[in-house]
Write a protein that binds this ligand. Structure first.
Ligand code: X2X
Length: 333
C-alpha cells in the first residue's frame, strides 16, 4: 500500500479494503483427452460446452480438448485420468470395462435394435448401474452418455455377407474383452488395438478390417483404406464423460453445476447430430468408393445363440446386471 493510501487508512477516513486490488482470478486450463477424430460431432459439442463453462466462470475454468489420441492410447490415457494428469476423458464402455467390467454391458452382441431402446436403458437402470460401478473406481461420471452408434464391420479384401465370411479374418477391435469375445464367437481373429492406431493398422494390412459406427468410418477416414461396409449393427456403444474424482470434488459447487449443465446439453445435442450424420453417410461413403452390404443379421444372432457367448457373458456380468439389461432388451441367448 502506497504512503498516501497508508495515511488515508491511518486517518480512519477509508477502509484498507477500499484499496484492495481486485485481481482477476487466475484462469486455469484443464485437459480433456479423447480418442475421437477432430471431425466427430462429440468433439464439436464438447468444445461448445467448454466455451459455455468458460463464460459461466468469467474465464476461470478453461477446458482444452485434445482429440485424435494426442495424449496417448485408450487405456494409457485412462490411467492418466485416474492419476489426475488429465482432468476429463470421454471413453466408451468397451474400454472402460477394463476398469469396471460391467461398463461394457450395453455392448452385448445384438442386445439393442433401436436407439429408442438404447436410451431407455442408458438413461435408465442400465446406465445407472454402470455409473455406480464407475463411481466405485474413484472417477466422477456424468449422467448422460454421448452416442457412438451401432457398430458396422468394414473390410479391405472381401465383403462380410454372412457369418462364415468372418472365419479367420484379422479384425481390429477396441481393447475390450467383450469385443474380443464377440468376434471369436464368429470365428474371426480379433486384435485389440487403440483407436488412434487403427488407420495405420488397416493401411499396413496388420488387420484386414475393423468395426465402428459410420461416423467413425467417416471422421477416421477409414474409407481411404477400406473397401466394404457390412451393416451388421452387431453392437451399440456410447461414451461416458469422466472426471478425475479428487479434482472434481475440489471444484466450487457453481463450477460443478455449470460443467454438469453444459455437458448434459452437449450429450443430448450430440445424439441428434449422430443420427442426422449417420443417415447421410451411406451416400457419402459410397461416393468415396465404399461398397455397402446388408447381411441377414439374424444369421449372426443365430451363430451367437449356438455358441456359449450369451451364457458366458451372463455369468461374467452376474444376475443383477443381466436381469437389468434384459428388462430393456428382452431375453438374450
Ligand atoms: O475404439 C473404438 O473403436 C471406439 C472409438 O469406437 C471406441 O471408443 C469404442
Amino acid at each position: 500500500m502506497t504512503p498516501t493510501r497508508r495515511s488515508f487508512v491511518a486517518s480512519g477516513l477509508v477502509a484498507a479494503s477500499t484499496f484492495a486490488v481486485v485481481r482477476p482470478a487466475q484462469a486455469a486450463t484443464y485437459r480433456m483427452a479423447t480418442n475421437l477424430p477432430a471431425g466427430h460431432p462429440m468433439i464439436a459439442r464438447l468444445e461448445e460446452a467448454a466455451r459455455n463453462v468458460k463464460a459461466d466462470t468469467n474465464g476461470e475454468f478453461d477446458i482444452r480438448i485434445f482429440p485424435n489420441s494426442q495424449l496417448g492410447g485408450d487405456l494409457e490415457v485412462l490411467s492418466q485420468l485416474r492419476q489426475g494428469a488429465i482432468q476429463f476423458y470421454p471413453l466408451a464402455g468397451a474400454q472402460l470395462s477394463n476398469l469396471a467390467p460391467v461398463a461394457s454391458l450395453n455392448g452385448v452382441g445384438f442386445a439393442f435394435n433401436t436407439l429408442d431402446d438404447v436410451w431407455k436403458a442408458m438413461d435408465g437402470d442400465v446406465g445407472a448401474l454402470i455409473r455406480r460401478a464407475l463411481a466405485g473406481t474413484g472417477l466422477h461420471v456424468f449422467d448422460e452418455m454421448f452416442d457412438n452408434g451401432f457398430r458396422q464391420i468394414t473390410t479391405g479384401s472381401k465383403p462380410i455377407e454372412k457369418p462364415g465370411d468372418l472365419a479367420g479374418v484379422h479384425i481390429r477391435v477396441p481393447p475390450s474383452p467383450l469385443s474380443t469375445s464377440l468376434f471369436k464367437a464368429f470365428g474371426a481373429a480379433p486384435q485389440s488395438i487403440s483407436f488412434g492406431e487403427v488407420y495405420t493398422a488397416l493401411q499396413t494390412k496388420l488387420v484386414d478390417g475393423q468395426e465402428n459406427p459410420l461416423p467413425l468410418v467417416d471422421s477416421g477416414k477409414f474409407y481411404e483404406v477400406q473397401k466394404f461396409v457390412s451393416l451388421t449393427n452387431h453392437m451399440w456403444d456410447g461414451f461416458w464423460v469422466l472426471a478425475n474424482g479428487p479434482f472434481w470434488k475440489r471444484q466450487p459447487a457453481a463450477t460443478q453445476a455449470s460443467i454438469t449443465k453444459h455437458f448434459r446439453a452437449a450429450a443430448l445435442a450430440e445424439r441428434e447430430d449422430v443420427v442426422k450424420l449417420t443417415s447421410s453417410l451411406r451416400t457419402k461413403l459410397a461416393g468415396a468408393g465404399m461398397t455397402f452390404v446388408e447381411p441377414n443379421r439374424q444369421a449372426f444372432r443365430d451363430v451367437l445363440n449356438g455358441s456359449s457367448f450369451y451364457k458366458d457373458w451372463k455369468e461374467k456380468f452376474g444376475p443383477e446386471a443381466w436381469t437389468t439389461l434384459e428388462r430393456y432388451t428382452g431375453k438374450l441367448g
